[in-house]
Each structure stands twice: as C-alpha cells, then as structure tokens.
Write a protein that binds this ligand. Structure first.
Ligand code: PLP
Length: 426
C-alpha cells in the first residue's frame, strides 16, 4: 500500500480499521486538555473501561459475602484463575492446561527455573541474549550462583555483531551448538525490550532441544503482541507480565506456560504450595503434595483476585478481537509509523535512526529510535506536547503503537509534533 503523510490519508485508514471502536474502550490520560498519543503500551498498557466493573464486582461481593465469596461470589474466587486458561491459551498458542496466572514475572521465572534448570557438573550452562532485561540478568546470575556455578563461566551471552543493531538467529543457533552438551537451558526474551527485535522462538527452541537443553522464554514484550505457538513449538516453559500489551494494570499478575510434556512428571522438583495441590483434595488439608497436572501445578498461593480482575477484563477483550486481527492492524500501524518517521527524517536531515529490524517477521509493535541530535530535550518536548513515550539510555525513545487503542491519525499527528520539536531546536 502506498502511504501518504497527510491527515486525510490517516483518517481514511482509521475509517477502514475494523478495530477502530476499541480506542474508546480505553481511558487516556490528558495533556493540555487533550487525550495523549500513547506509545508506552510496551511498558504499561492503558486502562480498559471494563476493568473497573470487574474490580467493583469483587469489592461488592467481598462486602456482601466476606469469606463466603470464595465459593459463592458471582465469579467464585477459589477458582477465579481458571477463567484465564482458555483465552490466555489462545493468546500464546497453548492448551488451557498449559497456562496459568500467578505471582509476577521474575518470580515465575525463578519458580520455573527450580524445575527446569537442573544443572549437573557437565551440563550447567545457560544461553541468553546479551543485554537482556536487567531483571533477567540478575535472575540468571542468582540461579547459577545458587547452584554453585560461576556466572562468568555458566552464562553464555549471544551478542549482536559489530556495527549491527540486532542479534542474528544464526548466531544464536551457532552459539547453542558450540555450547553443545554443556548447555542446560536456553532462556531469551521473545521480543528484546530495547530494540524491539522479535526472536525466532520456533527455530531457537528447536536448536536448544537438538543440543539436549531445555528452552524457556521471557515473553514480557511478546504476549499479546506477537503470534505465538508455544505448544506446537514445544517450548518447555515461559512466563510474561500482563501489564504491558495485556493492559492489566501496574505490577499485575504474570502468566506462565508449562508444556504438557512435563505435566505428568510428578518428580520434577518444584517449590510447592497448597494452590498447586490436587484441586479435589486441597481443602482436606492432608500432608503429601500432589501437584495438579498442568501449569496450575506450579501455583503456590491462593490468587490475588482483586488484581486478577482487570486482567480478566482485558483477556476477555483479547478473546473478542483475536490475535490475528490485532496483528494485522499492528503491522499496518507500525509500517505507517515507520513511514511517518522516514518522512520526518528526510525533512530534518538525519536527526535519528530506527534501530528496530525492518523485516516484518523480526519486529512487532515497537520501533526504537536512536536520537542523534537533541536527545533528551526532544524527548521532553514530545512529553510536554502530549506524546507519551519512554527514554532508554543512552539516547533511545521507544514507540509502541498498540493496535487496541492507537490510531493512524495518532501516527500522523505524532510526526507533526516530532518535526516541530526538531525544528524548534528545543
Ligand atoms: C523483558 C522483561 N523481563 C522482565 C521484566 C520484569 O518484570 P517484573 O517486574 O514483573 O518481574 C520486565 C519488566 O518490564 C521486562 O520487560
């Protein structure tokens, strides 16, 4: 399609957008009396209007029923999390039994590593991407140390090549082969938080398995953003936070995936708690942990249903729309944003550079822009003028036009504000 950098063209695209009604389903902060252009759905998604109703329902049931709400609330609390299994499974390409919600992301990765990082003196290495999100770096280091290994030896980081912005899949695979029978685990972020690069989950998972390792994924930036087939790709485990593209609210509960091939292995070590225990016998309060067959068997505590409520509101919206429709809009919107950026760049002579891959299969809903010129001052200008983006050292702004609530006109408008910002030499 031939894009045009005009308001009329952007409005025409919006008029034809089958998801256009969803913009009104979210609450936008205001700057200068106008709803913002919101680019930080990769950090904290906007609040769905339906979220409050889901929270209020629990508050009311709690007031009216107190403890009885566990079994008699409109959506009983004791198995509230089970409402997520089917729709979340559709979002990440998993069977309902393979997904659960619990805890928060880093905590879940730790819990899953208790089961799936079982190093031996011979096979103990973990392969990850260089410059992974810091929490993952700390998590991996602490896990390796916990098992008595030296992170400098046990952690293999795959770097990008000199002069390139992304890590090549072929380099990940060749490092996996090189680590060979020393490799215990591959654990990578499905979408790199900084560059927006989407990794080839299927090919990397296959390569990890061929080397005899297990493969897990941090899907913080991938869940609700990228088409995933975790079951078919035979991923061993994964976890994601829900507050980014999944719009569940600040710091909210994480999703977790455990492939069904591991479900019947009761001997897998795990840190257990009563909520992972056989559902039928849970309230008999008897000794002897008998894990639920499925991802629910990794649960530890009873669920914080008040915080799950907005997550459920959002997951139900995802289910209504479906990942395929979201991804179709995501690709058009990201391509239009790229076009607008290129137009502004032409007009303003190399003030910035997009460091996210150009190939559609290697990117999703994020363009990271390296600002060569005014850097921080330009970022401040954008924020003051109603463009909410974020700043990552040393000079990067990340723009994530979430397809649920960003419009083509937002992209056009952003281009105008950016151009003004550069021209004003703030
Ligand atoms: C890729 C990635 N991994 C891990 C985390 C940490 O998440 P949490 O604080 O929910 O554990 C984040 C948070 O933004 C992230 O982006």
């Amino acid at each position: 399609m031939q894009f045009q950098n005009t308001r009329a063209f952007a409005q025409e695209m919006d008029a034809r957008d089958p998801l256009k009604k969803y913009k009104d389903e979210f609450i936008f902060p205001q700057v200068n009396g106008k709803p913002v252009i919101y680019f930080t759905g990769n950090s904290l998604g906007l609040q769905p209007r339906s979220a409050r109703k889901y929270v209020d329902e629990i508050m009311e049931d709690w007031a009216e029923m107190a403890v009885e709400g566990h079994f008699y609330a409109r959506k009983p609390w004791w198995d509230y999390h089970e409402r997520f299994a089917a729709p979340l499974g559709r979002i990440v390409g998993a069977k309902p039994s393979e997904v659960t919600v619990m805890n928060t992301l880093t905590v879940n990765l730790h819990l899953l590593m208790v089961s799936f990082y079982r190093p031996t003196p011979k096979r103990y290495k973990i392969l990850c991407e260089a410059k992974a999100f810091p929490s993952d770096q700390y998590m991996l280091e602490s896990q390796v140390k916990f098992h008595g290994f030296d992170p400098a030896d046990a952690i293999v980081e795959v770097e990008k090549r000199e002069g390139e912005h992304h890590i090549r899949t072929e380099d990940v695979i060749s490092r996996i082969k090189e680590a060979g029978d020393k490799l215990a685990l591959v654990l990578i972020g499905g979408v790199n938080y900084y560059t927006g690069q989407v990794f080839d989950v299927e090919a990397i998972t296959r390569a990890g398995h061929q080397a005899g390792a297990l493969v897990g994924w941090d899907l913080a930036h991938a869940a609700g953003n990228v088409k995933l087939q975790l079951h078919d790709w035979k991923v061993d485990f994964a976890a994601w936070c829900s507050y980014k593209y999944m719009n569940s609210g600040p710091g909210n509960a994480s999703g977790a995936f455990v492939h069904e091939k591991h479900h019947n292995n009761k001997d897998l070590p795990r840190f257990a708690g009563w909520w992972g225990h056989n559902k039928e016998r849970r309230f008999l309060m008897e000794p002897g942990f008998d894990p639920v067959r499925g991802a629910d068997g990794w649960q530890v505590s009873n669920l914080p249903v008040l915080s799950l409520a907005p997550y459920l509101a959002s997951v139900e919206m995802f289910d209504e729309v479906g990942m395929d429709a979201l991804i179709r809009k995501r690709d058009q919107l990201t391509a239009y944003l790229e076009f607008v950026l290129e137009q502004v760049d032409e007009d303003t002579e190399g003030e910035f550079e997009i460091i996210t891959p150009k190939q559609p299969e290697e990117r999703a809903c994020q363009l990271s822009v390296f600002l060569h010129g005014q850097g921080r001052a330009l970022f401040d200008y954008l924020m003051k003028n109603g463009v909410i983006t974020d700043w990552r050292e040393p000079n990067v702004i990340r723009l994530a036009p979430a397809p649920f609530y960003c419009s083509f006109e937002d992209m056009y408008e952003f281009g105008q504000i950016l151009k003004n910002g550069i021209n004003q030499k703030t």
